[in-house]
Design a protein around this ligand. Structure first.
Ligand SMILES: *Cc1c(COP(=O)(O)O)cnc(C)c1O
Length: 402
């Protein structure tokens, strides 16, 4: 057991960008007895869930639900649509894009990893013009898919997906568009149908406010057509049997019953509030947190204001300060968890999650822990980020979207 300076009382501040805090209402829903997954009650729940989840993805097409973490749904998206040796165009936005590229390689695909030079790509979004240029050169259409991360959770950058769709169309290229919005869904605006996405991948433990353990593939007709000829080995992940069983609200195997109760509750919460409202709430928190970072005189990891993430903010440490040491101190002194720098950004920055079940004051508390921890670590702050954010939240009431 890690020893804290004090006996922790009250609630732990879980401000990492996923898993996000699970609301009591969802925890209570999940505590109901597990039922027969082949019984009539379950089929009704399954049908209700499969219909409601489409609203969140903004799609009228099928959404597959897997009892797996997001990584499983990444794999499912690739192996259901691609064949051995297929070329896939991916874009390096950060650690998660990098992991997905490694996975493609391990699955026997031929990923081509575009990106800005060095560390630049980890502070910017997907460059749609680079994708368009590459696709125009692929006159033989050997590239079968373009794979991008919508909200890069390692950096706090939310890429422009419609621009990627336009790039593919402008090049007149038939490649499928596969998008990871594991951390973007139900925080940032996301539109599977309107943006012309072929497979959207998402997960439970970020914007959906659930514990880890379920993940999603939202499909298109082109994706389903590709799955009929794709030759990569698949059984558990295969869409065909799942789609067949889903027609009656069931799964070919035992689904994650209690997590599905939680999902049902989460969908109700999001739909009662209204998706537009949910998105506006996250945007406002993100501005508040960036206001604090600016008041400290520190840099935000994302250098392109158009694509600041509404889900999380990466805070860059001044030269010579180890972000992991600062995070550890904050955890031990204030019982607050922050996201670590991953991959190329390890030790250089930490990440503040502002997603899901937060409110202005939980964020003020999180910023308070950061501010105190930065000072205790000897970081010279220009001013108080806590006061700046409090001022921002006080002066800017939540915007009600009708
Ligand atoms: C969390 C996350 C993943 C990985 O999901 P797991 O549930 O940890 O398997 C992949 N991509 C992004 C963008 C994520 O935020």
């Amino acid at each position: 057991m890690l020893k804290l300076d004090f006996h922790p009382s009250g609630r732990h501040f879980l401000q990492i960008p996923g898993p996000s805090p699970v609301p009591d209402r969802i925890l209570r829903a999940m505590s109901l007895p597990t039922i027969d997954h082949r019984g009539p009650e379950f089929g009704a729940l399954g049908l209700e869930l499969l219909a409601k989840v489409k609203v969140i993805f903004k799609t009228t097409q099928p959404v597959i639900i897997y009892p797996a973490s997001g990584t499983g749904a990444w794999e499912a998206a690739l192996i259901n649509t691609m064949s051995t040796g297929d070329r896939v165009l991916m874009f390096e936005t950060g650690h998660f894009a990098t992991l997905w590229e490694k996975m493609a390689l391990r699955l026997g695909l031929e990923p081509e990893f575009l990106g800005l030079p060095g560390y630049e790509g980890w502070r910017a979004g997907v460059q749609a013009n680079m994708i368009e240029d590459r696709l125009r050169k692929d006159t033989g259409h050997t590239i079968k898919a373009v794979c991008v991360v919508h909200n890069e959770t390692s950096t706090g950058v939310t890429s422009n997906i419609p621009a990627v769709r336009r790039a593919i169309d402008a090049a007149g290229h038939p490649a499928l568009l596969l998008v990871d919005t594991i951390s973007g869904l139900a925080c940032a605006d996301y539109q599977h149908d309107a943006w012309g996405v072929d497979v959207t991948i998402s997960g439970s433990q970020k914007g959906l406010m659930l514990p880890p353990g379920i993940s999603f593939n939202a499909l298109s007709d082109n994706a389903i057509a590709a799955s009929k000829t794709s030759n990569l080995p698949k059984s558990f992940w295969a869409w065909d049997e799942i789609l067949e069983a889903n027609k009656n609200g069931y799964w070919p195997y035992t689904p994650n019953t209690n997590l599905l109760y939680g999902l049902n509750e989460a969908l109700d919460m999001l739909l009662e509030e209204g998706l537009e409202q949910v998105i506006a709430r996250h945007q406002r928190w993100a501005v508040g947190v960036r206001t604090a970072v600016e008041a400290w005189g520190l840099e935000v990891q994302c250098q392109e204001p158009d694509v600041y993430s509404p889900v999380l903010t990466g805070v860059v440490m001044p030269e010579g300060v180890d972000a992991d040491a600062v995070r550890r101190l904050i955890y031990e002194r204030f019982d607050l968890s922050l996201g670590m720098g991953l991959g190329k950004s390890k030790g250089k920055m930490f990440r503040i999650g502002h997603l899901g079940d937060c409110n202005d004051l939980t964020l003020i508390a999180a910023l308070g822990g950061c501010e105190a921890g930065l000072k205790l670590s000897g970081v010279n702050l220009k001013g108080s980020g806590v006061l700046a954010a409090l001022e921002y939240f006080s002066q800017n009431r939540p915007h009600h979207v009708n």
